[in-house]
Write a protein that binds this ligand. Structure first.
Ligand code: ZN
Ligand code: ZN
Ligand code: ZN
Length: 135
């Protein structure tokens, strides 16, 4: 006996092979539907080669493609041009100096938000406390 609703064939959008495991194409590939693992790997490679554009301005970073700092939480593998790197760096340092919630300049004591709060920056003591009480 067949289980109801389980019989839906899906084919690879590129090679038309029937899929046992579906792989979702990346948005930038502009492919509808799903891919088999082979085609997915091929496409990933193809785009990885092309992909040396700055993650922020989409410009060509040239020979000095810079890796974003890990604290910036950018896509793995992205690169930045010198200008965007500098801007981002300045921006990030500014964030470190000011409380992300109340914008007050912080002294030496800063608090890192808990990961569950999904806050991208550092907080002053009072904001941290009040956020922590809220749960
Ligand atoms: Zn395929
Ligand atoms: Zn750039
Ligand atoms: Zn604050």
């Amino acid at each position: 006996m067949r289980i109801l609703g389980s019989k839906q064939q899906v084919f690879c959008s590129l090679c038309k092979k029937e899929l046992k495991r579906k792989y979702k194409p990346q948005e930038e590939w502009k492919i509808e539907g799903f891919l088999c693992s082979d085609c997915h790997i091929e496409k990933t490679k193809e785009f990885a080669l092309k992909r040396d554009v700055c993650a922020i301005c989409k410009g060509d970073p040239g020979d000095i493609a810079l890796k974003p700092r890990w604290q910036w939480n950018m896509e793995p593998g992205s690169v930045l041009c010198q200008t965007c790197f500098n801007n981002k760096d300045a921006d990030f340092n500014k964030k470190l100096e000011f409380c992300i919630i109340c914008n007050r300049k912080m002294g030496f004591v800063r608090y890192n938000p808990k990961p569950a709060w999904k806050i991208n920056g550092q907080m002053c003591r009072s904001c941290w406390d009040s956020r922590n009480e809220r749960k």
